[in-house]
Ligand binder design. Structure first.
Ligand code: URA
Length: 233
């Protein structure tokens, strides 16, 4: 494999950033400075950047702060996808989906097995969202959600926890936090729709033990260790 592809795949940076590192002379293979991004390496080679070893790692896990307007898909003819936000895009998949207009925590990985495990319907990983609502959510709304409601099309939902953060009766709006343990299509929007309200902004804050870091900007991501991902539950 070419050294530039290897370093991009190990998430040292984008291809462009990797080329700059090579130009700077800080990349070495078996102690010898790399002169060209075309240089080939094999599995026994020791690759370093600024003296630090960049060991081979097959699977990577990213926590993305999804911005509005990008699709939770791998590719699309005309629209930007969450995968296009990654430096290395080989074989990556989003773990579940957020709607195009939903923001916040989304996991991305090239570990198909783990993706599958986290999405299994019996996993019930708790997901917490913050939302802006048109309508005044109150204790009645919380009770309805807590009871495990049935949507208009007969979809039966598990109990959800609703916390009311702000009620603005004058403007007929609310700010809420909601915890759900499943991921049905447009679930939160449909839950509020069923009680005559509308979600106007939705942001996922956590998934199990994983929280969206406060300093992670929209469109940016951080790499997680396998342990952090496994600890999600
Ligand atoms: N519920 C929704 O309605 N949309 C999302 O993106 C996630 C949960």
């Amino acid at each position: 494999m070419r050294i530039d592809k290897y370093l991009a795949n190990m998430n040292v940076g984008s291809r462009k950033e990797v080329h700059q590192l090579i130009k700077k002379g800080v990349v070495a293979v078996n102690g010898k400075t790399v002169k060209t991004p075309k240089e080939k390496i094999n599995e026994n080679d020791v690759v370093t950047v600024n003296g630090e070893e960049i060991a081979y790692q097959k699977y990577h896990y990213f926590l993305l702060n999804k911005p509005k307007g990008v699709l939770s898909a791998t590719e699309d003819r005309s629209q930007k996808t969450v995968i296009s936000l990654l430096d290395s895009q080989d074989q990556y998949l989003p773990v579940g989906r957020l709607d195009k207009d939903t923001t916040g925590l989304l996991l991305l990985t090239n570990d198909g097995q783990l993706n599958h495990e986290l999405l299994a319907p019996n996993k019930h990983v708790a997901k917490v969202y913050r939302a802006q609502i048109t309508g005044v959510a109150d204790e009645e709304t919380a009770k309805t959600f807590a009871s495990g409601m049935t949507l208009g099309d007969g979809t039966k939902l598990k109990p959800a926890k609703l916390k009311i953060l702000k009620q603005d009766k004058e403007n007929d709006t609310s700010e809420i936090e909601i915890e759900i343990s499943e991921g049905k299509y447009h679930q939160i929007k449909r839950m509020f729709g069923a009680v005559g309200m509308k979600v106007t902004a939705l942001d996922r804050r956590s998934m199990g033990n994983l929280h969206l870091p406060a300093d992670l900007k929209r469109g940016k991501y951080v790499e997680l260790s396998l342990d952090e991902v496994k600890n999600i539950k």
